[in-house]
Write a protein that binds this ligand. Structure first.
Ligand code: HEM
Length: 119
């Protein structure tokens, strides 16, 4: 590339590159974000908040908010999705599952003991 040339990174492609994520790059696999797996990847392979001068300014806020809200909800409720739901991706400002509804059931001491939330 020439100095000063433009490069456009297609983040959706970057996050599905089999050279980085393996042949099952499309699968939902939260274990990809275990610290050991993260350390084994090139540092710029995951860019959910964009990159460079125009990257997301809400990143730290969003990460704190998500951790807080998920922590509060998962402590109190079990989440259940319709087992017949099949993923349809809706593309808006961000990608989101279209038509996915989660049913919340209040956790009791018994269900909490069966599936404790760590941390
Ligand atoms: C999980 C939540 C979020 C995700 C995944 C996300 C993702 C992104 C991405 C991919 C960009 C474009 C970066 C680029 O063009 O390279 C962006 C830009 C931006 N985001 Fe977020 N964002 C999130 C939450 C937030 C929040 C909570 C705020 C504000 C409180 C925010 C404010 C902004 C602003 C103002 C820009 C435009 C920055 C600029 O063009 O200079 N975002 N975000």
């Amino acid at each position: 590339m020439n100095k000063g040339a433009w490069a456009l990174v297609l983040i959706m492609m970057l996050h599905r590159d089999p050279a980085v994520w393996g042949e099952h790059a499309e699968d939902f696999d939260p274990d990809r974000f275990e610290p050991k797996a993260v350390r084994g990847r090139p540092p710029h392979a995951f860019k959910p908040f964009g990159t460079g001068a125009r990257a997301c300014i809400g990143r730290q806020f969003a990460l704190h908010e998500a951790t807080l809200v998920l922590g509060l909800l998962l402590r109190r409720y079990d989440f259940r999705a319709d087992p017949d739901y099949r993923l349809r991706v809706s593309e808006r400002l961000t990608l989101m599952p279209s038509g996915l509804a989660l049913h919340l059931a209040r956790r009791s001491p018994a269900t909490r003991a069966a599936a404790p939330v760590s941390g």
